[in-house]
Design a protein around this ligand. Structure first.
Ligand SMILES: C[S@@+](CC[C@H](N)C(=O)[O-])C[C@H]1O[C@@H](n2cnc3c(N)ncnc32)[C@H](O)[C@@H]1O
Length: 258
């Protein structure tokens, strides 16, 4: 039996209304478990210590999702976690009850507070236009103390994007999830790619069902990332991690006015 997707077009995609971050947000840690993040969170911790011009103590994470990175970083920093999805914030609150959680859109949220550093992990992938990417960078800029830094961790840039298929999942106490994730780029001339997910969800001993979920993500050239960061006011550089991802470390210059 074939089933055609009835998903909306890319420009209409809203992450908070996706199945993963909407109705199935409470299943997030069965798809992506905190223990899978230890290695990269340890690396990010070192990047903050090495590159910031001021000792980082407070960090704002935008698009913090289920708080998996936060579950490690909170041992070293005071974290404020912001996400669009109330369901994902609820999942993160269970894991990180001592962290501050706030609902907000990384393109528009204004907390009227400064942090030593701002962190945007894979959630930055949901910026699908150059305008939205720039707005997220501006949000990071206005919340970052002078001399502080912003760390952006996209899964890819245009130059190193490849189509991938991944699978995984975990067992909980009374439910379990397995997934297949297929990322591809139907049109190399635009700034978006498609991630099709298939989830197999199991509740109790024998209630099992399958869900399809389509996400749209952004793909931007390295030079566009660097140009936008400079236009917003940062001094950016690239750091490559052990997964060969290009991380953008952007320093907010110290105020030099007398
Ligand atoms: C892959 S999850 C993040 C997982 C996270 N790295 C962790 O450690 O658990 C992506 C998150 O980005 C959030 N998101 C997408 N667009 C957003 C936006 N415009 N503003 C804030 N959060 C956004 C989604 O709600 C989702 O929780």
């Amino acid at each position: 039996m074939s089933q055609e997707s009835s998903q909306p077009n890319p420009s209409a995609f809203r992450p908070e209304s996706s199945k993963l971050y909407g109705e199935f947000a409470s299943w997030w840690h069965l798809l992506s478990a905190p223990e899978e993040y230890e290695e990269e969170a340890t690396f990010f911790h070192q990047v903050f210590l090495k590159h910031s011009k001021i000792p980082p103590q407070t960090i704002l994470e935008l698009g913090s999702g289920g708080g998996n990175n936060a579950s490690y970083l909170k041992a070293h920093f005071q974290l404020t976690l912001v996400d669009l999805s109330e369901g994902m914030l609820a999942a993160s609150r269970l894991l990180n009850p001592t962290c501050e959680h706030l609902q907000g859109d990384m393109r528009t949220v204004r907390l009227h507070r400064l942090f030593d550093a701002v962190f945007i992990h894979d959630a930055i992938m949901y910026m699908t236009t150059m305008e939205d990417l720039q707005r997220a960078m501006e949000t990071a800029y206005v919340h970052c103390r002078a001399g502080g830094m912003v760390l952006l961790v996209p899964d890819c840039v245009r130059e190193n994007f490849t189509s991938t298929t991944e699978h995984g999942g975990h067992d909980g106490t009374d439910r379990a999830l397995r997934y297949l994730e297929w990322s591809y780029d139907p049109d190399e001339n635009d700034t978006t790619g498609v991630m099709d997910f298939v989830y197999v969800l199991r509740e109790g001993k024998d209630k099992v069902w399958v869900e399809h979920d389509r996400h749209i993500f952004g793909i931007f050239k390295r030079a566009d990332w660097l140009r936008l960061l400079k236009e917003v006011g940062f001094e950016p550089k690239i750091v490559v991690d052990s997964y060969n991802r290009e991380l953008f470390v952007a320093i907010k210059p110290k105020d030099t006015t007398p």
